[in-house]
Design a protein around this ligand. Structure first.
Ligand code: 5RP
Length: 230
């Protein structure tokens, strides 16, 4: 099945979960873009009254273009009702690798503030073990890059600074930092790696999301499958 069709189905299905009055986390990436577009259509057609917290400058640009009012997480005493976001890998326990779009730090903050964190994927993102296909992105201060890369090697990973496409030099995140992609050829203990990476001086955050997702919406040939964490 066409991956783009599956992404669209997941995104559009998740947008139907949203009701007026909600504060929504707006994720980053091509799957969530379908959800943001569908929410924008509902704002215009139904007068759906929502406010979104974008997880990246990319999500903010798209949400503004769609006419979705934005708000600041600092102004929300009650947190978010729902966060919608994509993922690069999802394991059977709903642990995730995120950050292909280098937005994982803000994505994690927003997801953590939501009562439900709904992950939107096509079936290719489902894996038995995290890290078999995708690297773990680690956001670092540029002056700490070499030290963090050495530490990642000691943890058994193969690090590489993510380089820009249509921009010379490293990718620069929305925080003005760099991303190191760490390949591990399969994570045997993602929860431990989560803590070990966070302990490294110079690391802001990384793309392992452990025990955060509450729901996974998988777009597929028969429509969508909704998986809920028990
Ligand atoms: C961006 C992300 C994305 O949510 C993730 O890469 C999935 O993207 P897509 O929906 O385009 O496959 O984590 O930082």
């Amino acid at each position: 099945m066409d991956q783009t069709v599956a992404k669209r189905r997941a995104g559009e299905a998740a947008a139907r979960w949203v009701t007026s009055g909600m504060h929504i986390g707006l994720g980053t990436g091509s799957t969530t873009a379908f959800a943001i577009q569908a929410l924008g259509a509902r704002v215009r057609a139904e007068g759906l009254a929502i406010a979104g917290v974008p997880t990246s400058s990319a999500a903010a640009v798209l949400a503004r273009a769609e006419g979705i009012p934005l708000c600041d997480l600092n102004d929300l005493r009650g947190g978010l009702d729902l966060a919608l976001d994509g993922a690069d890998e999802v394991d059977p326990q709903f642990n995730l690798i995120k950050g292909r779009g280098a937005a994982h730090t803000r994505e994690k903050i927003v997801a953590q503030q939501a009562r439900r964190f709904v992950v939107l994927i096509d079936p290719t993102k489902q894996v038995d073990q995290l890290g078999t296909r995708m690297p773990v992105p680690v956001e670092v201060l540029p002056m700490a890059a070499a030290a963090v890369m050495r530490a990642i090697e000691q943890l058994g990973g193969r690090p590489a600074i993510r380089m820009g496409v249509r921009k010379d030099g490293p990718v620069v995140t929305d925080q003005g930092l760099w991303v190191i992609d760490a390949r591990f050829e399969g994570l045997h203990d993602p929860a431990s790696l989560n803590h070990e990476l966070l302990m490294l001086p110079g690391v802001l955050d990384h793309g392992l999301f452990i025990g955060m997702a509450t729901d996974v919406v998988v777009g597929g040939p028969e429509g969508v499958e909704v998986l809920q964490h028990r």
